[in-house]
Ligand binder design. Structure first.
Ligand code: ZN
Length: 113
């Protein structure tokens, strides 16, 4: 992913309106691009700071930690998606072999082998 694309996705990341696929691509880029990470940190802090000023008294809130936590959660979410894909793949593979074995046994019965 290009930096421009990643930067354009920052507001959606903060709004949590990225699709699962976009989120994974975005996280991959942010992990390896310090410039975009910095941009994300600034944008995140601005947004969260604004929201917190509106809703909470706790001004000494650690925004950097909050952002890292948000990224960690996004990674965990992304990791769960990958895990789901693996599980889905395994189930499909098992189902395929299940059908194959059933077919094999059926054929054996038909031909009396
Ligand atoms: Zn970048």
């Amino acid at each position: 992913m290009e930096c421009n694309k990643a930067l354009s996705m920052i507001p959606q990341y903060i709004d949590q309106s990225l699709s699962d696929y976009e989120l994974q691509k975005f996280l991959e880029h942010i992990d390896h691009c310090p410039e975009c990470y910095d941009e994300l940190e600034i944008a995140y802090m601005m947004t969260v700071a604004m929201n917190r000023l509106d809703h909470e008294d706790n001004a000494s809130y650690d925004l950097s930690a909050a952002m890292k936590n948000s990224l960690k959660q996004a990674h965990e979410y992304s990791g769960r998606l990958t895990m789901l894909k693996i599980i889905r793949y395994s189930v499909c593979t098992l189902a395929f072999y299940g059908v194959l074995v059933t077919l094999f046994l059926q054929v054996r019965m038909w031909f009396g082998l």
